[in-house]
Design a protein around this ligand. Sequence first.
Ligand code: IPE
Ligand code: IPE
Ligand code: MG
Length: 248
Amino acid sequence: MLEFLKRKKIKIEKEKMPQHIAIIMDGNGRWAKKRGLPRSAGHRFGAQKLKEIVLFADEIGLKYLTVYAFSTENWKRPKDEVENLMNLLREFFDTEIENLIKKTQIRIKVIGDISKLDKDIQERIISAEGRTKDKRGLCVVIALNYGGRQEIINAVKNLALDIKNGKIDIEDVDEELFKKYLYTYDIPDPDLLIRPSGEMRVSNFLLWQISYTEFWFSNVLWPDFKKEHLLKAIEDYQKRDRRFGGVK
Ligand code: IPE
Ligand code: IPE
Ligand code: MG
């Protein structure tokens, strides 16, 4: 690892490591197109890349890695692409996640409205979460049928119910209490958000959680994303001056 950093001329300070990195895994389709391959091939390579980056993130001691895998808007894609993505997801849980569960201390958590996914996929998710809930390694948060606005609406509805039932007093509603209603109630906000593929937008990802997150964009397409990109993003992050609205 140290050799690798030296070779790539990347300087990382252990004391300034982000604890939570979020990634919008974008660019699979364009990666495939460039090679004259079907979009599905891009998704397949993208899934392999995810496995590689998860293992590396665990190796470097990251605490949380949240990845955007399927958005609430991705249902708009052609039916066969959606089906292909769902099948890939099944395969990913059956092979890669099984392997991670056997061989590592990684914890799996899924965020998003999974009730809209096929039953067998929901079962895979619940099983992986249940079997890893007490593990203490990297927490991998997979956003599936996730939309930031949907998450906030869902939180508002549940909060409104608790107010209606007299469980919560409206005067007690503040940011800390609201957070408890989000899918990420038990996860700190991301320190760093990485978006490859050249797009410079958030695409409905973690809207509440990224209020003070540092952004890192790159033209590299997700299937071409490498460990050194992650390290470069961390290096750049460590040079940022996070003021959170204050002065220094
Ligand atoms: C990201 O790659 C994967 C998903 C959104 C599921 P894309 O499929 O969006 O790839 P591009 O943006 O078309 O290149
Ligand atoms: C964001 O990528 C969603 C995921 C990576 C899962 P999209 O490709 O769907 O986003 P847009 O359409 O370019 O904003
Ligand atoms: Mg895209």
